[in-house]
Design a protein around this ligand. Structure first.
Ligand code: ZN
Length: 76
């Protein structure tokens, strides 16, 4: 089937003309790995909330998700 070819993406028109996405796909919980930005802690955990701020489960300081995420990927 040509439309199933894995090479490249479909043209925009073809993608937009699709019917609404089927919603019976399994939802994969997208966690984000964070590393506490408090330097004495540095705890790493996976955050499943969709907010901009997260509480470190180890030292209970509130860290910004974007910063903590960058902190995690930079240190690993
Ligand atoms: Zn911490």
């Amino acid at each position: 089937m040509p439309f199933l070819s894995s090479k490249g993406r479909k043209p925009r028109s073809a993608r937009r003309a699709r019917k609404p996405m089927q919603d019976n796909w399994q939802k994969i919980p997208r966690g984000r790995w964070l590393k506490c930005t408090y330097e004495k802690c540095g705890h790493e955990w996976q955050y499943f909330g969709g907010r901009k701020w997260a509480e470190c489960p180890a030292c209970h300081s509130i860290v910004k998700v974007a910063v903590a995420q960058r902190n995690y990927y930079r240190s690993s």
